[in-house]
Design a protein around this ligand. Structure first.
Ligand code: SAM
Ligand code: SF4
Length: 337
């Protein structure tokens, strides 16, 4: 651990500074996206979930240890009751250690929350949208209606939030629409990130059937769009290109390859206070136990530092094709996207 000004920096054993924390505030969701959840999900009992105050305390500890960027996610973060209280509390730390407060959402509740989020200090939002077709949208999300998500996206834009669209590329489902999504994002001034499906958690279908390699998508896009590689990085798994015709950026997240682990600056906190040092590994630290033992902030700091000292070099995703099992049992909605 090193000190920069009045703030600390956490450095892991591979020399990576850990400055980015993703926080899942709930495992629940108003959608049941086919690649993310089974339709009959069992959710965690309330007693296991951290209160908003506990989440704030944990985030404050991370900010004190050098985290500069917080992304609130889920499940669907905006279905957590009173979640604005957490955004407001964390927003007050912007400029005092914290540089950015943001969220990833399915957009269904965003029309209501866009203005308050902006008032709390949020400036950018990632909204998941896999298709522009209402019927395909409902087929993918099982329970969702595209109108609500589109209303949310345009409310965010109207509130002055920069919008980035996240699209999971799904073989035979939305692969024919990627072109249209690039054009639509260009038209409305949104960046776009394409994501490969990851083998996380049991779902109803077959993962290998959904998997669409982004190398193929990128090659197809190049037939219509002029893509130029950029050196824009967020410390995350996305490789960004600029689209000459739209002036927007397009990112490709290919988690099944190892090309991003060496610059990984992030860790993930679940809604039960479990800290995962790598999205693709099982090792985790139970920070809720430390928090609820009420042994003080120093114990919490020590537990966080001990966990960071165990951050692995890289992930280990493989789809167990023979047994049709996911590489990791937990769902993306548990660790957050
Ligand atoms: N509910 C919010 C949403 O959908 O944006 C936030 C949580 S969601 C788990 C975060 C992101 O993870 C979404 O963009 C979603 O599409 C993506 N995601 C979920 N399961 C995935 C999987 N198995 N592989 C790749 N991306 C996944
Ligand atoms: Fe819900 Fe997001 Fe998972 Fe879809 S991807 S089921 S919206 S948590």
């Amino acid at each position: 651990m090193a000190r920069r000004g009045k703030h600390f920096i956490m450095r892991d054993p591979f020399g990576r500074d850990i400055t980015y924390l993703r926080v899942s505030v709930t495992d629940r969701c108003d959608f049941r996206c086919v690649y993310c959840m089974a339709e009959d999900m069992t959710f965690l009992p309330k007693a296991e979930i951290l209160s908003l105050e506990e989440m704030e305390r944990l985030c404050a500890a991370f900010i004190g240890l050098g985290v500069k960027k917080l992304r609130i996610t889920g499940g669907e973060p905006l279905v957590r009751r009173d979640v604005m209280r957490l955004f407001e509390a964390l927003g007050r730390r912007l400029g005092d250690g914290l540089d950015e407060l943001t969220l990833t959402t399915n957009g269904s509740q965003l029309a209501r929350f866009a203005e308050p989020l902006r008032a709390a200090g949020v400036r950018r939002v990632n909204v998941s949208l896999d298709t522009l077709d209402p019927a395909i949208f409902t087929a993918i999300t099982r329970w969702g209606r595209i109108e609500k998500t589109l209303d949310g996206i345009f409310a965010a834009k109207a509130a002055g939030l920069a919008v980035k669209i996240n699209t999971v590329a799904l073989k035979g489902v939305n692969e024919h629409e990627i072109d249209a999504l690039v054009a639509w994002c260009g038209e409305h001034g949104f960046d776009l990130t394409l994501i490969e499906t990851m083998p996380l958690g049991e779902i109803a279908g077959d993962r290998t059937e959904q998997y669409l390699p982004l190398s193929l998508v990128r090659a197809r896009l190049r037939e219509r769009w002029t893509l130029a590689a950029t050196d824009y990085r967020t410390g995350g798994p996305a490789r960004y290109y600029s689209v000459a015709e739209t002036g927007r950026r397009i990112g490709f997240i290919t988690p099944m390859t190892h090309n991003f682990c060496e610059s990984c600056n992030r860790v993930r906190l679940t809604c039960t206070g479990t800290l995962f040092m790598c999205l693709g590994q099982e090792d985790a630290a139970d920070l809720r136990a430390v928090l609820r033992a009420e042994i003080g902030d120093e114990a919490l700091r020590k537990a966080i530092l001990a966990a960071i000292a165990r951050k692995p070099k890289g992930h280990d995703f493989i789809i167990d094709r023979r047994h049709q099992r996911p590489a990791l049992a937990r769902h993306m909605s548990v660790t957050g996207g």
